[in-house]
Design a protein around this ligand. Structure first.
Ligand code: 26Y
Length: 822
C-alpha cells in the first residue's frame, strides 16, 4: 500500500535499465561493453540517487514552507555503512533494479557489495546516530544530522601474524551519495584574543579578534525514509583554507611556502576520525574538530532561524538540538556567545533560550571516557568561550550556594572547573547545566547516572531533568535488509511488511510458535544465514566451518569492560576440556564455532593483546586433530556495518558480557535477538530490558550484579585475591606457552591476578562456564531452542528506533512529524 507514496518511480525494469545505461555511458563516460560490477554499482547508485534528489528537494521546501520546529542531531560520528541497498529498499524499487541488473548479467547482491562502507564512526554511538536518522525520516520528523566529513573514516583492520595493523580508510573517491555545497560556507575562527569595549548603551561588550580563520564547506547526504515522502538531510562539514584577507597577506608578503602549509593545516581539521571509543586523550586537534563543527552547525541553524524573522524568544519553539554525548558540548557555549556578542541579548535572556534548546544524551559512565579539556588549551584556542564558561560556572555556583549554603564540598564537586594541575573543564557538567533534559540510554545506565556520576546535579535540579530513553535499532536495516529471508517469512505470516514500521506487530508471530511448517521454515532460514556466513568465513579466512555447529558470536569494539578476554578464556577452557575427553565423551559435545570480530583503538595495548590472544588460540585450536569440528575459533578481520549485516542473522548465540554496570546499553544485543539469535549476557545495559520483554527463560544470564561490583573490587584490593580454579587452569596453559610465547600475554593475566581484576573476570568465570554448559544442553533440544528463537523475535517490538525517536520527540524535543497528504 505504501508504494503509492514512493518517489517518482522507474515504473519497471526497462525504465531502470534505461537510466542505468544512460548513467554508465554519460555520467561515468564508460562503455556498456566493458561494464564491470563496479560500474554497474555506480550506475545503479546514480539512478537511485536521482529518485532521492527529487524527494529530498521537495522535503526541504516543504519543511521551509511549513516552518515548524526542527530537530538537529549533533554527532561527531555517523556510522552509516552502505547506502545503495538502503536506498533501493526505502524507495521501494529494488525488484525493478534486481530484474534490470539480471538482464545485464549481474546479481543485485554482488552489485551492492561493490560499495565502500561509510564508516564515520567507532561503534555503538555512531551506529545509533545512523539508526536515528533512518527513523526520523521514516516517521516524517523535520530533522537534520550535523557531523564532520572525515577524509579518513575508522581505520581498516588487518591481522598480521595475529596482531592488529591499522590501514587508513580513504573512502571519498567517487562517492555518489554526497553533494558538495560550495556555496554554503562558514568562516570559523580560532586563537586570537578578546577585546572589551563599551557599546552604544555604555554596557561592556566583548569581541573576539584576530587569530586564524578556517572555512567550513557543507556536504549534504540525502536520508530517505522507508516508504515515506520524507528525505531528510545529513550535513557534513569539510575544512578548507579560508580564501579571506588573512591568507592573502601571507601570500602577498612572498611567504608562499608557509602560506601553502597553513592551507594544509586548515584541511587537517576534518581529515581523520579519532579512532578511540570510550577513551579520552585530550588532543588539541580533536578540540579544534569539535569547535569547527559546532560553530559551523550553529551558524547554519541560526541563519535558518533568522530568515523567519521571528523574535529570539521563539528560537526554542523552532529549534531542538540534541547532543550525542559531550562531544558537541561547545555548541552550548557557542549559542550563548552568538546571542550575547553578535545579537546583543542580555545574559539571562540568552541563557534561557540556550537551556530550552539543548538536550544531552550520555552514553557511558566509564570515567576514562568523560571529556575534560585543559584550561590553558582552551584559553589559547577559544579565549572568548573560556570566558563564557567561567561566567556560566560563576552564575551556576552562586545559585547552588544560595540553595545549599556552606556546602563547599558540593560546590567544588559540581564546579565546571576541576581544580587540578592544569585546571580542567568538565564538559559533561556544561552539557547538564546547559540542557533542559539529560538522558541515559538504558534503564540501569540512566539509574546509575542519577545515583553516581550526576548525583549532585539531581540534588540541585531535582530528578526531572534526568530521564531514560532506552536505545533501539532500525528494523529496516537490521531485519529487512540484513535478513531478507526472515523478513519475507514474517511478511507472509503477518500479511505484509507493516511490521517494519510498527515493530510491535511482531507479537502476532507468537501465534505460530507451534506451527510445524512455520518452525521448519524458521529453522531453514537460520541455516541459510549460517551458510552465508560460513561461505564468507571460508572466502576471507580460508577456514571451513560447519553450519550445523552452534555459532557463538561476539562482535563489537575490543575493550576490557566488554570482556572479550572472558570469552577467549572460556574458549581455552572448552579446548582443554575437549582435549581431556575420551572418544565416547566427545560424542556428546555440541560442536561450536566461536566467532570474534572488532577493532582495538590503536593506542590501547591491552585491547590489542586480547586480539593477539584470540588469534593465537585460533591458530592452535583450528589445526588440532584432537578437536576437529568440535571447536573452531574465527577472528573476522575489519568488523564493520556491512559485515554485521551478514553476521547478525547467522548467530545461534551472541555474547553481551560486559562487567555489570559498565555498558550503557549495547545495541547489537537487539540486532541479534531480532534475527532469531539467543543471548548469553550479564545483567547490564539493555540486556535487562531485553530480558523483561522476551522473558527470563529465553536468555542466558550470568555473573555478578552491578550493585555488587564496588564491594568486589574493594575486596580484591584490601582482602586477598583468589583466582577462580578453572581460570587458573586456563592461565597455566597460557603460561606453559600453549598459545605461543606466554610473555606476549603476561599483561593480560597480570591485570587479573596481580592488579585487582577490575573487570571481575575471575569472579564471573565460574558462572560464565556453567552458563555456557546450559547453552550446550539447550541447543541439543532443537525444538525448544526454536521456540525460544521465535518467541524472542515476536517480543522484540520495543527495540525499534521508531519507538525511541517518538520518545525523544515527545519528552525532549517537543516536535511533531510533518506528514504530507497526497
Ligand atoms: C571522548 C571520546 C574518546 C569518545 C569517543 C567515542 C568517547 C566515547 C565514544 C563512543 C562511545 C560509544 O560508542 N558508546 C556506546 O554508545 C552506544 C549507543 O548508546 C551504547 O549502546 C553503548 O553501550 C556505548 O558503549
Amino acid at each position: 500500500a505504501w508504494r503509492k507514496y514512493s518517489v517518482s518511480e522507474f515504473g519497471n525494469k526497462e525504465e531502470f535499465e534505461k537510466e542505468l545505461v544512460r548513467h554508465i555511458e554519460t555520467t561515468l563516460a564508460r562503455s556498456m561493453y566493458n561494464c564491470d560490477e563496479h560500474a554497474a554499482y555506480s550506475g545503479t547508485a546514480l539512478a537511485f540517487r536521482d529518485r532521492l534528489i527529487i524527494e529530498w528537494n521537495k522535503t526541504q521546501q516543504r519543511q521551509t514552507f511549513t516552518d515548524q520546529k526542527r530537530v538537529y542531531y549533533l554527532s561527531l560520528e555517523f556510522l552509516m555503512g552502505r547506502a545503495l541497498d538502503n536506498a533501493m529498499l526505502n524507495v521501494g524499487m529494488k525488484d525493478a533494479a534486481r530484474d534490470g541488473l539480471h538482464d545485464l548479467g549481474f546479481r543485485v547482491e554482488d552489485v551492492v557489495e561493490q560499495e565502500h562502507d561509510a564508516a564515520l564512526g567507532n561503534g555503538g554511538l555512531g551506529r545509533l546516530a545512523a539508526c536515528f536518522l533512518d527513523s526520523m525520516a521514516t516517521l516524517n520528523y523535520p530533522a537534520w544530522g550535523y557531523g564532520l566529513r572525515y577524509r579518513y573514516g575508522i581505520f581498516k583492520q588487518e591481522i598480521v601474524n595475529g596482531y592488529q595493523m591499522e590501514v587508513p580508510d580513504y573512502w571519498l573517491d567517487n562517492n555518489p551519495w554526497e553533494f558538495p555545497r560550495h556555496e554554503i560556507t562558514v568562516d570559523i575562527q580560532f586563537y586570537g584574543r578578546v577585546k572589551n569595549y563599551q557599546d552604544e548603551t555604555g554596557k561592556i561588550a566583548h569581541s573576539w579578534e584576530d587569530g586564524e580563520i578556517v572555512q567550513a564547506v557543507a556536504y549534504d547526504v540525502p536520508i530517505p525514509g522507508y516508504g515515506t515522502k520524507t528525505t531528510n538531510n545529513l550535513r557534513l562539514w569539510s575544512s578548507k583554507a579560508s580564501s579571506g584577507e588573512f591568507d592573502f597577506q601571507k601570500f602577498n608578503a612572498g611567504d608562499y611556502e608557509s602560506a601553502v602549509a597553513d592551507q594544509q593545516t586548515a584541511e587537517t581539521i576534518s581529515a581523520v576520525l579519532y579512532p578511540n571509543d570510550n577513551l579520552e586523550r585530550g588532543k588539541e586537534l580533536r578540540l579544534k574538530q569539535q569547535y569547527f563543527w559546532c560553530a559551523a552547525s550553529l551558524f547554519d541553524i541560526v541563519r535558518r532561524f533568522k530568515k523567519t524573522r521571528r523574535a529570539w524568544n521563539e528560537f526554542p519553539d523552532q529549534v531542538a538540538i540534541q547532543l550525542n554525548d559531550t562531544h558537541p558540548t561547545l555548541a552550548i557555549v557557542e549559542l550563548q556567545r552568538i546571542l550575547l556578542d553578535k545579537e546583543g541579548l542580555e545574559w539571562d535572556e540568552a541563557w534561557n533560550i540556550v537551556t530550552k534548546t539543548f538536550g544531552y544524551t550520555n552514553h557511558t559512565v566509564l570515567p576514562e571516557a568523560l571529556e575534560k579539556w585543559s584550561v590553558p588549551l582552551m584559553q589559547n584556542l577559544l579565549p572568548r568561550h573560556l570566558q563564557i564558561i567561567y561566567d556560566i560556572n560563576l552564575l551556576f555556583l552562586q545559585s547552588v550556594e544560595k540553595r545549599f549554603p556552606q556546602d563547599r564540598e558540593l560546590l567544588s564537586r559540581v564546579s565546571i572547573i576541576e581544580e587540578s594541575h592544569p585546571k580542567m573543564v568538565r564538559m559533561a557538567y556544561i552539557a547538564i547545566i546547559g540542557s533542559h533534559k539529560v538522558n541515559g540510554v538504558a534503564e540501569l545506565h540512566s539509574d546509575l547516572l542519577k545515583t553516581t556520576l550526576f548525583k549532585d546535579f539531581v540534588k540541585i535540579y531535582g530528578p526531572d531533568r534526568f530521564t531514560n530513553v532506552t536505545n533501539g535499532v532500525t528494523p529496516r536495516r537490521w531485519l529487512h535488509q540484513a535478513n531478507p529471508l526472515l523478513s519475507a517469512l514474517i511478511a507472509e505470516k503477518l500479511g505484509g511488511h507493516e511490521f517494519l514500521t510498527d515493530l510491535t506487530l511482531l507479537d502476532k508471530l507468537e501465534a505460530f510458535v507451534d506451527d510445524k511448517d512455520f518452525r521448519d521454515e524458521w529453522a531453514h532460514i537460520k541455516t541459510m544465514n549460517k551458510l552465508r556466513l560460513a561461505k564468507f568465513i571460508k572466502r576471507t579466512t580460508g577456514h571451513a566451518v560447519d553450519p550445523n555447529s552452534l555459532f557463538d558470536v561476539q562482535v563489537k569494539r575490543i575493550h576490557e569492560y566488554k570482556r572479550q578476554q572472558l570469552n577467549i578464556f572460556g574458549v581455552i577452557h572448552r579446548y582443554l576440556s575437549i582435549k581431556a575427553m575420551s572418544a565416547e565423551e566427545k560424542k556428546k559435545v555440541v560442536p561450536r564455532v566461536s566467532i570474534f570480530g572488532g577493532k582495538a583503538a590503536p593506542g590501547y595495548w591491552m585491547a590489542k593483546t586480547i586480539i593477539h590472544l584470540i588469534n593465537k588460540v585460533a591458530d592452535v585450536v583450528n589445526k588440532d586433530p584432537d578437536v576437529g569440528n568440535l571447536l573452531k575459533v574465527i577472528f573476522i578481520e575489519d568488523y564493520n556495518v556491512s559485515k554485521a549485516e551478514i553476521i547478525c542473522p547467522a548467530s545461534d548465540i551472541s555474547e553481551h558480557i560486559s562487567t555489570a554496570g559498565t555498558e550503557g546499553s549495547g545495541t547489537s544485543n537487539m540486532k541479534f535477538v531480532m534475527n532469531g539469535g539467543l543471548i548469553i549476557g550479564t545483567c547490564d545495559g539493555a540486556n535487562i530490558e531485553i530480558t523483561r520483554e522476551i522473558g527470563e527463560s529465553n536468555i542466558f544470564l550470568f555473573g555478578n550484579l552491578a550493585e555488587d561490583v564496588e564491594e568486589l573490587r574493594h575486596r580484591h584490593f584490601y582482602g586477598s585475591f583468589k583466582l577462580d580454579p578453572q581460570l587458573e587452569k586456563v592461565f597455566t596453559a597460557i603460561k606453559g606457552n600453549m598459545f605461543g610465547d606466554a610473555a606476549d600475554f603476561s599483561a593480560l593475566t597480570a591485570s587479573i591476578e596481580e592488579h585487582g581484576d577490575y573487570y571481575l573476570v575471575s569472579d564471573d568465570f565460574n558462572s560464565y562456564i556453567t552458563t555456557h554448559g546450559m547453552v550446550d544442553e539447550a541447543f541439543k533440544n532443537k525444538e525448544a531452542w526454536l521456540a525460544k528463537s521465535i518467541t524472542s523475535v515476536a517480543r522484540m517490538g520495543f527495540f525499534s528506533t521508531d519507538r525511541v525517536i517518538n520518545e525523544y520527540a515527545d519528552s525532549i524535543w517537543n516536535v511533531e512529524p510533518l506528514v504530507v497528504k497526497d
